[in-house]
Design a protein around this ligand. Structure first.
Ligand code: 5GP
Length: 212
């Protein structure tokens, strides 16, 4: 028995697992990354939480009921799932699209919390786990406060989660400080496809910058 791909199978795509404390700016990084690297498949999580203003079902998340989420778990359709923010909501990564895209040779990005990153790495050790960290904890607290979408209790819970997540930085394959969007995106492109982005993909992103 051989584990090598058949001669005509494309090489499997690279799986990138992006995590980092709440408020660190993952969504801006992911949005820019998807523009610069259209071949990247972004895993759309299922979640039991309500959509925020501007979020689109099927693009940002699959917004599902608790019963639907139970069904996904029971049928083994989630690669991983976790209770987020003290169990107030559950979010999980649909397994099939990730497998399908990796097998087709496309890079895949999964954006999850710390538990999710650990679970994906355990299930798929070839995944590259990336920790997006804020320039400082004070800066993170400032960004979380500035967002203004959470109550005081929710904010306190997010800061607790963020503190615990910051402590896990060293478990990750790569840590990237989110102080320069272009540099962070260039680094992720490099990790996802092992090459610099073409200048035509983003005129603002020179190949030199992308290799930093
Ligand atoms: P938010 O509800 O603010 O979009 O995300 C809250 C947290 O849930 C973030 O840390 C985000 O990375 C995480 N998250 C989103 N989708 C998933 C998922 O499918 N699995 C896991 N484990 N965490 C997720």
């Amino acid at each position: 028995m051989s584990c090598s791909p058949a001669p005509h199978d494309p090489p499997r795509g690279r799986l990138i697992v992006l995590a980092g404390p709440s408020g660190v700016g993952k969504s801006s990084v992911v949005a820019r990354l998807r523009e610069v690297l259209p071949e990247l498949y972004f895993s759309v999580s299922a979640t039991t939480r309500a959509a925020r203003t501007g979020e689109v079902d099927g693009r940002d998340y699959h917004f599902v009921t608790q019963a639907d989420f139970d069904g996904l778990i029971d049928r083994g359709e989630l690669l991983e799932w976790a209770e987020i923010h003290g169990g107030l909501q559950r979010s999980g990564t649909p397994r099939e699209p990730v497998e399908r895209e990796l097998s087709a040779g496309r890079p895949v990005l999964v954006e999850v919390d710390l538990q999710g990153a650990r679970a994906v790495k355990a299930a798929m050790p070839e995944a590259v786990t990336v920790f997006l960290e804020p320039p400082s904890f004070d800066e993170l607290a400032r960004r979380l406060t500035g967002r203004g979408t959470e109550s005081a209790a929710q904010l306190a819970r997010r800061l607790d989660t963020a503190r615990a997540e910051m402590a896990a930085r060293d478990e990750f394959d790569v840590a990237v400080i989110n102080d320069d969007l272009k540099a962070v995106v260039a680094r992720l492109v490099h990790l996802a496809v092992d090459r610099a982005p073409l200048p035509c993909a983003d005129p603002d992103l020179s190949p030199q910058e992308s290799l930093q």
